[in-house]
Design a protein around this ligand. Structure first.
Ligand code: ADP
Length: 642
C-alpha cells in the first residue's frame, strides 16, 4: 500500500493522492511535499507480501514430533553446514601440528626457512578457518531462524485446529508456555546447539586422529583414561537431567498459567481482597520452579567440573608417560609439546560438549512437551471425505441427540428438535439444563455422542467445518472484542467489507449514537476486550458483527448482564433487524425475548419438555406457563432462576 504511489515501483495504479482525492479522503489534503517524503520512505521499505498461509482442518503433518522428523526436510542444508564445520575444524587444529614441525624441524634443526614457513602456515590456516566459520555461522543462523519460524506457525495452527474441549482442559498459560518458553528452549538448540555440537564432536574426532598419527601409544593412554569414565558420567547425567528438565518445563508452565490467570482475574482478586492469597499461591508455584532449577543446577555442577577433573588427570598421565618416553629418547620435545597442546584443545570440546549436552537435554524436554501438544487430535475431526455445505436454507434438525462433555455425565438426552428455515426459536430453562450445549452442537463445536445434527438434511459430520461456520453466525453471551478499532471488530468475519458496509451494520443495530460520540468514529480503538464500552454497547457491537457477516443461521446467547432499560430496548430493536429472514436459535434469559420468538423450547435436565408458541405454551399450563405467571407477578423476570 502506498500513500502517494510509487512511479515505476510496485504500485502501478493511480497514485493514492489521486485515489484519495477521488474518494474524498482526508489524505488528499496532505501537502504534496510531505507525500513525496512518505513515498520516498515507502520506496525504500521492503515490500512485504501477504503471507501465503495454508490452513486445513483435516490435512496436516501427523507424524510424531521428533527432532529427526522436524529436521529431516532440512537435511541438505544441515549437511552443508556440517561440511563447513569439517573444513573449519580441520584448519583450526592444524596449529599444534605446525608447532611440532616448527620446533623439531625449525628450532632444533636450526632451519629458519622451515620455522617461518610453519608460522606463515599457522596464520594462513587460522585466516581460512575464520572465513569458513563466518560462512557457517551465517548459514546456520538463517537455518535456525527458519526452523523456529516454522515451528511457531505449526504449533499456532495446531491450536487453531483444536476443538473447544482442548481449551477447556488445557490451561491457557500452559499453552502459552508451549508457544513461548518451550520454543525458546529449542531456539537455542537450533541456532547454536546442533551445529556447535557437530563442531565440538568433529574437533574431538580430528584431534584424536592427529593424536593417533603423532603417537599411537600416548594417544591410547589418553583415550583409556578419558573415555570410559566420561561415558559412565554422561549416562548418569543423561538420566538425572532428563527427569530434571522435564520437571522444569512443567513448573515454568505452572508459573505462566498462574500468571495469566491472575492477570485475567485481577479485578475479582482486588474486589474480594484476595491479593495476599494469590501472592502466596504464586510464591508457592514460583518456589516449585526454583526447586526444579536447583535440582538441574546441582546435576550440572557435578557434571561440568567432574569431566574437567578427568581431563586434568589425563594430562598428568600423559606428562608422566610421555616424559619418560622423551627421557628414553622415544619421543621428541616437539612431539610432546604438540601432544600437550592437542590435549588442551582435546578437552575444550569435551567441556563444550558437556554444556551443549545440557542444552540438548533442555531442548529435548521441550520437544517432548511439544510432541504431547502436537499429537492431540481435535475431537471434532473433519472427515477426509467431508464436503462443502452448499448455500443453505437454514433448516436445522436435532435427531435423537444424546451428549455429555464427559461420557459418564450426559447433558443432553434424546433431544429431537426442528427449526424451520426463517424461524426464530427461543430456548428457555433453568441454568445448567443444557441450552448452551444445544447451541454448541448446532455450531459443531462438539459432536453428539449419539444421534445426528442436520442442517438442510445433511449430517454435520460429513460437512467441512469452514463451509458450515461461514453460514452460521454466533453471538455469545459475553461477546469477545479484539484489541483494535470498532471497524476491525465489526468486520471481523468479513475483513474485506467496505467502510460503507461497516457503517450500515453499525446503523442497523443502532450504534450510530455511539459512533457520533467517539472521537474517530469507527476507527476509534477499543481497549482490550472492549473494557472501554458498556455491556449494552459490547452486545450491540457483536450484533453488528453478525449483521455484517450475513449468516443464514444465527445462534445467539442472550446477555444476562443487567442492561438498563434503554439498552434493552435498543438491543431488542437491533435483534429484530439482525434476525429478519434468518433461522435463529436464541438462548433467552428474559421472557420478553422468548415471547417474541416464533416458537419456544423449554429445556430441563437435558430434555426438551415443552415446545410451542408463547400462547400455546401458556394454554398448556406447564413449566412455561408457571414461569410466565411468576414473571407477570414479579418485577424481575428471570427464567434462569425458575
Ligand atoms: P445452560 O446453558 O442451560 O445453562 P449448559 O448447556 O451450559 O447449560 O450446561 C449443561 C451442563 O453441562 C451443566 O451441568 C454444565 O456444568 C455442563 N458443562 C457445560 N460446559 C461444559 C464443559 N465444557 N465441560 C464439562 N461440562 C460442561
Amino acid at each position: 500500500m502506498s500513500f502517494g504511489g510509487h512511479q515505476g515501483g510496485f504500485n502501478m495504479g493511480p497514485t493514492s493522492v489521486q485515489a484519495n482525492a477521488e474518494a474524498g479522503l482526508p489524505f488528499a489534503q496532505l501537502p504534496e511535499g510531505f507525500l513525496e517524503q512518505i513515498d520516498e520512505v515507502l520506496g525504500r521499505e521492503p515490500n512485504h507480501p501477504e503471507p501465503d498461509v495454508m490452513f486445513s482442518h483435516s490435512a496436516w503433518d501427523r507424524r510424531p514430533f521428533t527432532l529427526r522428523s522436524f529436521l529431516g526436510p532440512h537435511a541438505p542444508w544441515l549437511l552443508m553446514a556440517l561440511l563447513l564445520v569439517v573444513v573449519e575444524t580441520g584448519l583450526q587444529n592444524l596449529g599444534p601440528l605446525l608447532t611440532q614441525v616448527a620446533i623439531d624441524h625449525g628450532v632444533m634443526a636450526a632451519n629458519t626457512g622451515v620455522l617461518v614457513a610453519a608460522c606463515l602456515g599457522y596464520v594462513g590456516s587460522i585466516g581460512l578457518a575464520s572465513g569458513a566459520s563466518f560462512l557457517r555461522l551465517r548459514f546456520t543462523g538463517r537455518l535456525g531462524e527458519r526452523l523456529v519460524y516454522e515451528l511457531r506457525v505449526r504449533v499456532f495452527s495446531h491450536f487453531q485446529r483444536q476443538s473447544l474441549d482442548f481449551f477447556t482442559e488445557e490451561k491457557a498459560g500452559v499453552l502459552m508456555t508451549r508457544m513461548t518458553s518451550d520454543i525458546e528452549a529449542l531456539t537455542v538448540l537450533f541456532q547454536e546447539g546442533l551445529v556447535n555440537f557437530a563442531v565440538q564432536a568433529m574437533t574431538l574426532v580430528v584431534i584424536t586422529v592427529y593424536l593417533l598419527i603423532l603417537n599411537p601409544t600416548l594417544a591410547l593412554v589418553c583415550l583409556v583414561v578419558v573415555i570410559p569414565v566420561n561415558v559412565v558420567f554422561t549416562l548418569w547425567f543423561r538420566r538425572v537431567s532428563r527427569v530434571g528438565y522435564l520437571r522444569v518445563r512443567d513448573r515454568i508452565a505452572d508459573v505462566l498459567a498462574d500468571l495469566s490467570e491472575s492477570l485475567a482475574g485481577i479485578r475479582i482478586i482486588a474486589a474480594f481482597n484476595r491479593q495476599g492469597h494469590s501472592t502466596a499461591r504464586h510464591d508457592r508455584i514460583v518456589g516449585a520452579h526454583y526447586e526444579a532449577n536447583l535440582y538441574t543446577g546441582r546435576a550440572q555442577a557435578l557434571f561440568g567440573p567432574g569431566t574437567e577433573a578427568i581431563g586434568i588427570a589425563a594430562q598428568a598421565a600423559i606428562l608422566l608417560v610421555g616424559g619418560r618416553m622423551v627421557l628414553r629418547g622415544d619421543l621428541s620435545i616437539g612431539e610432546i609439546t604438540a601432544f600437550l597442546l592437542f590435549l588442551t584443545s582435546f578437552f575444550a570440546p569435551i567441556q563444550g560438549l558437556v554444556q551443549l549436552y545440557n542444552q540438548y537435554q533442555q531442548g529435548s524436554a521441550a520437544v517432548t512437551k511439544l510432541r504431547g501438544v502436537l499429537s492431540t487430535e481435535p475431537t471434532v475431526a473433519e472427515d477426509p471425505t467431508a464436503t462443502d455445505l452448499p448455500l443453505i436454507d437454514g433448516h436445522i434438525r436435532l435427531d435423537g441427540v444424546t451428549f455429555g462433555y464427559d461420557p459418564d455425565h450426559l447433558v443432553l438426552r434424546e433431544v429431537d428438535l426442528e427449526i424451520l428455515p426463517g424461524e426464530v426459536m427461543a430456548v428457555v430453562g433453568p441454568t445448567g439444563a443444557g441450552k448452551s450445549t444445544i447451541a454448541k452442537l448446532i455450531t459443531r463445536f462438539y459432536d453428539p455422542t449419539f444421534g445426528h445434527v442436520l442442517i438442510d438434511h445433511r449430517d454435520l459430520r460429513g460437512t467441512r467445518l469452514s463451509s458450515l461456520r461461514n453460514q452460521i453466525g454466533v453471538v455469545p453471551q459475553e461477546p469477545f472484542l479484539f484489541n483494535g478499532t470498532i471497524r476491525d471488530n465489526v468486520s471481523f468475519a468479513r475483513p474485506d467489507a467496505t467502510e460503507g458496509e461497516v457503517l450500515e451494520a453499525c446503523r442497523a443495530v443502532g450504534l450510530d449514537d455511539l459512533l457520533e460520540r467517539l472521537p474517530a468514529g469507527v476507527d476509534t480503538p477499543i481497549h482490550e476486550r472492549g473494557s472501554s464500552l458498556s455491556a449494552g454497547e459490547r452486545q450491540l457491537l457483536a450484533l453488528a458483527r453478525a449483521f455484517l457477516a450475513r449468516p443464514r443461521v444465527l445462534v445467539l446467547d442472550e446477555a444476562t448482564s443487567n442492561l438498563d432499560l434503554l439498552s434493552e430496548s435498543q438491543i431488542e430493536r437491533a435483534l429484530d433487524t439482525v434476525l429478519e429472514g434468518r433461522t435463529a436459535l436464541i438462548i433467552a434469559h428474559r421472557l420478553a425475548t422468548a415471547m417474541r420468538a416464533d416458537r419456544i423450547a423449554v429445556v430441563e435436565s437435558g430434555r426438551v419438555v415443552e415446545l410451542g408458541s408463547h400462547d400455546e405454551l401458556v394454554d398448556l399450563g406447564g413449566r412455561y406457563a408457571s414461569m410466565y405467571e411468576t414473571w407477570m407477578t414479579h418485577a424481575e423476570p428471570d427464567p434462569g432462576t425458575l
